[in-house]
Unconditional design. Structure first.
Length: 234
């Protein structure tokens, strides 16, 4: 029991620490002029913002049968859950998509991104991966919104159909092997996104801004944890 409580406490501290305002200051100082970061205009917040679709891969996962292990939010070992580092990223996403100033008021998001009005994640029921849902659960709580779990892995065409008719800023958390399938059903996208998502990358946001009958594509490196790359996926 003591060990379980210690693990739960550690997860909570990691998530809270990752979302601390210091991360926002770091992002503002290091990334404001980085050529790899999207130069798209900053989106407004809430439903009144532009039709900006953002897709992220779920956060870090176990790499094999040994450590690092996946753990649930209560600290129980679970191979379908995020690792400790993954939970750290999940907490840090609050500072990326829902930043607040020193007085606790909503602050501007990083250029090229937007504060999501709705969040989709892959349905974890039926023994599927819990990682897409876990990755955005802290963010959804910070925004006071519920997750849309209507679609599961393999239902990318149906998800894309819903995304095509959504308005305002939208965030999707998904498994990286199937992100290309979502994009394939969105309609015309320019420039053409990468055909594959590298297995080693958990640190990029794909951004799609509605442009006529299609979408304009860009990438924003997250730059949230040590080791995150400042370069987009090539």
């Amino acid at each position: 029991m003591t060990s379980r409580i210690q693990r739960r406490t550690m997860l909570g501290l990691l998530a809270a620490g990752a979302a601390a305002p210091a991360l926002g200051g770091c992002a503002k100082g290091r990334h404001g002029t980085d050529p790899a970061v999207s130069t798209a205009p900053e989106a407004r917040t809430g439903d009144g913002g532009p039709d900006r679709l953002m897709i992220i891969r779920h956060a870090e996962k176990p790499t094999g049968s040994g450590a690092p292990y996946g753990v649930t939010e209560t600290g129980e070992r679970d191979d379908k859950s995020l690792t400790i580092q993954g939970w750290s990223r999940a907490g840090a996403l609050i500072g990326l998509f829902a930043p607040r100033d020193g007085d606790g008021h909503p602050a501007p998001v990083r250029p090229g991104l937007a504060r999501p009005a709705r969040i989709f994640a892959a349905d974890p029921s039926g023994g599927a991966s819990k990682r897409p849902k876990e990755t955005v659960t802290p963010l959804a709580a910070a925004l006071g919104t519920s997750l849309d779990l209507r679609f599961a892995k393999g239902q990318e065409a149906a998800l894309a159909a819903a995304l095509r008719t959504a308005s305002g800023p939208t965030l999707v958390s998904w498994e990286h092997q199937n992100i290309a399938a979502i994009i394939a059903h969105l309609g015309p996208v320019t420039p053409k996104p990468p055909t594959t998502w590298p297995g080693s990358r958990f640190d990029v946001v794909y951004v799609f801004d509605r442009h006529g009958e299609g979408w304009k594509f860009s990438q924003v490196p997250q730059l949230l944890l040590a080791g995150d790359s400042p370069h987009p996926i090539g």
